[in-house]
Design a protein around this ligand. Structure first.
Ligand code: BG6
Length: 485
């Protein structure tokens, strides 16, 4: 992306070094950064996990997903292993000896119950103290909390030991190219800003649909559900990027202030609205893309009587001058018709009067689609005249696909996040108030569902989800954008 400054020499300490996240994403991302010349040649990696092992056994376990480049060979030699229990002080004493005084980032790629204790132990051992312009940073994966109260408690616990400037809360959606592009598209294009408000926008849809089922993640997922897993974090990030006010610079704090402000402006859902404006669903057995998947309730490590949702749709209002009266419809779910993460902005229809004496019977509204996954791009629906003697209006797409315009190398999505973290840029990381504002939006729905309110509807895999979700948007005279289009 035009940046060529290699990061500072530092040590990245990964807690949970034998886990999937480390093997599949973090280490390959570091190797890619190294390949792009964006890592210091003196960067070290220390992996910590409970399992017995030595440097070589860790390196071998990382080889499987790391790109086989010279860079990886070099980084591999600088990767070492420290077996130990993260809840006990001994491993931190050994870590301290290995680290010395240098810059270090502690990456918590562990289950969430360890986040607080690891920060406590790091601080107890004096490992989080920053001296003479050096850095000590803590990178925290999701889920950050289980609800508003636990997220607040975790923030308090962490911030009683380290400063906010040392904390990098990951939301991996912010590492996606198209998500970052939202800001450039919005604030780099004059015409877009001119129509980016309630006068021209009818409504906005944010979808994160997945075709896969829960598979082997039953134990995690059954205590989480679609709402907690995707909405307060990923979907709220997309919402704040698409709806925030223009920041007056690209400075991290300025952008984070605007995003937090937007999230705080989301209208609090009342108990009645939690029943009427949120829909939950759970997939039954069925086929997705020709493959049979078992019902969610039959998934390994899932309680056969579970009431955990695998789909959620909701309607939110944003009480700002810009967005007054514009509904935001959000949905996310598993085992749906297609993998499709997108933001669709539907504009108000133009007045029909001009066309009334032509054969044009219907003028479809313009739509602007930020396509985030699986293909990254932007589509603008544009109405044109079909060639011929009669006036006939048809929508065509002005579409831009990243892959067609730019040579996009295969990336994990963690490269930018890791690079920014090493460079000390917190723009793409969630501040404590953003995290809490995201949870505050969904808390009334969590409460309503905990009281047993709201029907949990079964849906057929390979479809667009529960019928109640179609009804939710149809009630307002609108419909969901077709998945996978
Ligand atoms: C994760 C969720 O945060 O995001 C998963 O825990 C989900 O359930 C994943 O599948 C989606 O991310 P991506 O990048 O594959 O769209």
């Amino acid at each position: 992306n035009g940046v060529t400054v290699p990061g500072r020499p530092a040590t990245i300490v990964i807690f949970g070094a034998t886990g999937d996240l480390t093997r599949r994403l973090l280490v390959p991302a570091l190797a890619n950064l190294c390949f792009d010349g964006l890592l210091s040649e003196e960067l070290n990696v220390i992996g910590i996990a409970l399992r017995d092992g030595d440097d070589e056994s860790l390196r071998v376990s990382l080889d499987e997903f790391a790109p086989q480049t010279q860079c990886w060979q070099r980084l591999r030699q600088r990767t070492s292993y420290l077996p130990g229990d993260f809840t006990l002080g001994t491993v931190y004493e050994r870590l301290k000896q290995r680290l010395g005084e240098g810059d270090a980032a502690f990456y918590l790629a562990t289950p969430p119950q360890f986040f607080g204790v690891i920060v406590d132990r790091l601080a107890d051992a004096g490992l989080t103290e920053e001296h003479d312009g050096g850095f000590r940073r803590v990178v925290i994966e999701k889920p950050f909390g289980h609800d508003l109260e636990s997220a607040r408690a975790l923030n308090q616990r962490i911030l009683s030991r380290v400063n906010e400037s040392q904390v990098y809360r990951i939301d991996h959606f912010l590492g996606k190219e198209t998500v970052q592009n939202i800001l450039v598209a919005r604030f780099g294009n004059a015409w877009l800003e001119a129509v980016w408000n309630h006068r021209y926008v009818d409504h906005i849809q944010i979808s994160a649909a997945e075709a896969i089922g829960i598979g082997t993640r039953g134990a995690f997922y059954d205590t989480t559900g679609a709402l907690r897993d995707m909405v307060p974090n990923h979907l709220m990030q997309l919402l704040s990027m698409i709806a925030m006010e223009p920041p007056n610079s690209f400075d991290a704090e300025v952008i984070r202030d605007e995003k937090a402000k937007l999230l705080r402006a989301v209208r609090r859902i009342t108990p009645d609205e939690a029943r009427s404006d949120a829909v939950r669903g759970m997939y039954a057995a069925g086929q997705v893309n020709g493959q049979m998947i078992p019902a969610y309730r039959e998934t390994p490590h899932v309680d056969p009587n579970t009431a955990t949702e695998t789909y959620v749709a909701l309607k939110l209002m944003v009480d700002t001058w810009r967005w007054t009266g514009v509904p935001f419809y959000l949905r996310t779910g598993k085992a749906l018709a297609a993998r499709d993460t997108e933001i669709v902005v539907t504009f108000n229809p133009v007045p029909y009067a001009t066309f009334r004496e032509t054969p044009v019977a219907h003028l479809p509204a313009n739509q602007l689609v930020f396509q985030i996954q699986p293909h990254e791009g932007i589509d603008l629906g544009f109405l044109v005249k079909r060639p011929g003697p009669q006036v006939e209006a048809v929508p065509v797409a002005l579409d831009f696909a990243y892959a067609e315009k730019f040579a996009v190398a295969h990336r994990t999505g963690y490269e930018t996040l890791l690079y920014d973290m090493i460079m000390g840029d917190q723009t793409l990381f969630q501040r404590a108030d953003q995290i809490e504002a995201g949870w505050a939006v969904v808390q009334p729905i969590l409460d309503a569902w905990a009281r047993g309110e709201g029907v949990l509807e079964e849906y057929t895999p390979g479809t667009s989800g529960p019928r109640a979700a179609d009804a939710l948007i149809a009630r307002d005279g609108r419909q969901w954008h077709a998945l996978g289009r």
